[in-house]
Design a protein around this ligand. Structure first.
Ligand SMILES: [Zn+2]
Length: 465
């Protein structure tokens, strides 16, 4: 089924029609470059993708295009700044892709993209080369037909998103002036279940820590010492049990202090999403969904913080029985955070709470393994509403508003480092197999996305500054 959309003015549609084959060929060329950022043997391919993108931006009419060294895989920057008095938006996407294994589960080779019906199959066809290509092609069409854009645009494309973005934050901090804008558009998300246009308003952050509990220097005989010394595994289990109540609430004092409560508008937006909790439980393969009392599953996933043990180990794990009191026990524990929780502050609260409940007879050490900030741009923010109008005019229905349970760390980077509001939208269907074998993009969504970008920019051009 082809995604339907409302056409733009005849001159732009005629141009898009006339350039359709060349546009698809260019998209395929982009997907052909195996820009896997995580694998060192693909470093040259990442650079090749950056150079390809820079050339494509120049061909579209973007100025000051540069392949920028950041210390890792290069960034690509370009701008068009001739809309005097109009707002400036900074558009972010990433040209790097995930590794392709398991290779034998692909229908066709991941870097030999093919069109099957309405689907473009290939690694990166969706995440995130589709969104980048849509934005660049929309820009090219506006510049070719209208000779200008309704607002000022700065493009920033990254090559390390799939492998932690470590060089981006320092580069953003060092280039604040160059990146000055009214708004950041992150185009690295997609549509909701049922291929419904969506704006992502919130992303969760993260606090990650390791807990090490030490008893005696070596394992002890449980006959000779059971009942005499503290057992680190028992102690760790009791400490973990104290972190979260049966009602799903995290029991660390101060944990919820900075959480921005869900508004009525937030809760109606969650409630408006087509989502069946029982069906979702079946899909995952669990008997039922559980979590913090008083919130729906979607509210808990997108709008509430939580705490989970990611791994736990210690003591005897071989076959049969071995009667010891282990010397040590360990756990990796992380919290998903929401605005405005600060990962460093949450780590301190976590560490201090464990310190306060660590029983006599063992030593408990808590080490930070990193974190990331949450981000949130409210539904009623003028930029969110402008993007919503552009999507509604294109697809004939208003978008849904979603909050990701996961993180796109750059969302928080733009919000905190540059102090800019962030709007997140993108065009891949929800079942696009991103990060998995047979990743695909819906070419109907792709063509519709180009029209939507034109309209969103027209709407954003009228933003109060
Ligand atoms: Zn992505």
């Amino acid at each position: 089924m082809t995604t339907s959309f409302a056409a733009l003015e005849p001159a732009v549609e005629a141009h898009l029609d006339a350039t359709r084959d060349a546009r698809l060929a260019s998209y395929l060329d982009f997907v052909r470059i195996p820009s896997i950022s995580a694998l060192p043997e693909h470093a040259e391919d990442c650079r090749r993708a950056a150079v390809w993108l820079a050339d494509t931006l120049r061909a579209a009419g973007i100025e000051h295009v540069e392949v920028v060294e950041s210390g890792g895989h290069p960034l690509v920057y370009g701008d068009w700044l001739h809309a005097e008095g109009a707002p400036t938006i900074l558009v972010y996407g990433h040209y790097d892709v995930q590794p392709v294994d398991p290779l034998d589960q692909w229908t066709s080779p991941p870097f030999e993209p093919v069109v099957v019906g309405e689907r473009l199959l290939g690694r990166g066809s969706s995440d995130d080369k589709s969104n980048i290509h849509i934005h660049v092609m929309a820009t090219a069409a506006m510049l070719a037909v209208r000779g200008g854009l309704p607002l000022n645009v700065k493009f920033l494309f990254e090559g390390e998103e799939e492998s932690t973005s470590i060089h981006l934050d320092p580069w953003l901090a060092a280039n604040r002036e160059r990146l000055a804008a009214d708004l950041v558009v992150i185009s690295d998300t997609g549509f909701f279940e049922g291929n419904i246009p969506a704006i992502t308003t919130g992303l969760r952050g993260m606090m990650y820590a390791q807990v090490d509990v030490q008893g005696s220097p070596v394992d002890l005989h449980s006959g000779g010492y059971g009942g005499v010394v503290e057992n680190p595994a028992n102690a760790l289990a009791r400490m973990i049990a104290a972190l979260k109540g049966p009602d799903g609430r995290v029991l660390i004092p101060g944990f919820y202090d900075d959480v921005v409560a869900l508004t009525d508008a937030d809760r109606s937006a969650f409630a408006a999403l087509p989502f069946d909790e029982a069906e979702h439980a079946r899909t995952i393969g669990v008997p039922t969904l559980v979590g913090e009392v008083g919130f729906t599953a979607l509210e808990r996933r997108g709008g509430r913080p939580t705490l989970d043990v990611n791994g736990i180990w210690g003591g005897f794990q071989g076959e049969g029985s071995k009667t010891i009191i282990p010397a040590t026990a360990h756990a990796k524990i992380s919290c998903r955070l929401v605005t405005a929780q600060d990962p460093d502050r949450i780590f301190e609260l976590f560490r201090d709470f464990l310190g306060s409940i660590s029983p006599p007879g063992v030593t408990t050490t808590v080490t930070s393994l990193g974190g990331g900030r949450p981000s949130l741009t409210p539904i009623d923010h003028p930029a969110t509403q402008a993007a919503a109008r552009g999507l509604a005019a294109t697809f004939g229905e208003p978008p849904v508003y979603i909050r990701e349970g996961g993180s796109i760390p750059v969302g928080a980077s733009f919000e905190t480092t540059l102090g800019l509001p962030v709007v997140l939208y993108g065009f891949p269907p929800p079942n696009d197999n991103a990060h998995a074998p047979d990743e695909w993009m819906d070419l109907g969504n792709y063509e519709a996305g180009i029209r939507a970008v034109v309209r969103i920019w027209e709407e954003l051009a009228d933003l109060p500054r």
